[in-house]
Design a protein around this ligand. Structure first.
Ligand code: ADP
Ligand code: ADP
Length: 225
């Protein structure tokens, strides 16, 4: 069963009189444990696609199915609930809360999802240990290296055990060695937990390590070799 299915997704924006058709007919399914690279030039619609797939933005046509459940007729509240339970996001910039420790940054989304503070902190510590950040748990983001910050962002994204991970240029801000390390962590996590990942990246070398590579052309998904 697909974790995510995008069926004939269309999205346009208006710029004054002009109509920009960004996504025309997007069809894509992603299965448990599968990692898919989204490689396309700036402006092609990658962020728009990720936002629609993650129920952050509504499409103009077509259907987004999460674990076979159609989402377009859901209310905003239902979509938010489903997103919190099933989807994790990672961005180019980590967006960690600067006043909180690494541990607290990872624990907070779990507490928002209803876990007690103790349970959330325990699981956050386990995740940070798994990502080899255990000794850094009490540090604030500004006290961590770029690679460490991004690994904390990964821990936060998967803290609620999502089925789907959506990442927008997760290593775009890192030097090549650190990018390789962070990316390796992401792929290992996806393969060991059955998490499905759709990762927008400009890095062809990293994309080659993933199960499938796709691009966007004229608002459609094309498979790359
Ligand atoms: P990418 O992530 O591939 O760079 P985006 O999805 O961010 O592409 O943007 C695709 C196109 O849609 C760009 O031309 C962008 O300027 C335009 N766009 C994105 N969001 C909006 C918006 N809210 N209103 C109008 N145009 C937008
Ligand atoms: P990474 O393994 O993520 O590539 P680096 O090699 O960049 O880490 O950093 C080596 C060590 O220096 C790390 O353990 C990191 O925590 C520490 N460090 C890097 N930048 C800072 C900083 N601004 N403040 C405190 N410690 C830092």
């Amino acid at each position: 069963e697909a974790v995510l299915e995008l069926r004939s997704i269309a999205r346009h924006y208006r710029e004054g009189e002009a109509r920009l058709d960004i996504l025309m007919d997007i069809n894509l399914s992603i299965y448990p444990g599968e990692t898919v690279a989204l490689l396309a030039p700036s402006g092609a619609g990658k962020s728009t696609l990720l936002h629609i797939a993650g129920l952050l933005e509504r499409q103009d046509g077509g259907e987004v199915l999460i674990a076979n459940a159609p989402t377009s007729r859901m209310s905003d509240a239902e979509r938010t609930r489903l997103r919190r339970a099933t989807v994790g996001f990672i961005y180019q910039f980590h967006h960690l809360l600067p006043e909180f420790s690494a541990l607290e940054n990872v624990a907070l989304p779990q507490m928002i999802n209803g876990l007690s503070g103790n349970e959330a902190r325990l699981r956050a510590q386990q995740l940070l240990d798994y990502l080899r950040l255990g000794p850094r748990a009490s540090h604030r983001p500004s006290e961590l290296s770029g690679g460490e910050q991004q690994r904390v962002a990964i821990a936060r994204a998967v803290a609620n055990a999502p089925h789907l991970l959506l990442a927008d240029e997760p290593t775009g801000n890192l030097d090549p060695r650190t990018a390789e390390h962070v990316f390796g962590t992401l792929l290992a996590l996806a393969r060991s937990t059955g998490l499905a990942a759709l990762i927008a990246t400009h890095n062809l070398e990293l994309a080659k390590q993933m199960d499938r590579r796709v691009t966007l052309r004229d608002g459609r998904v094309e498979l790359l070799s």
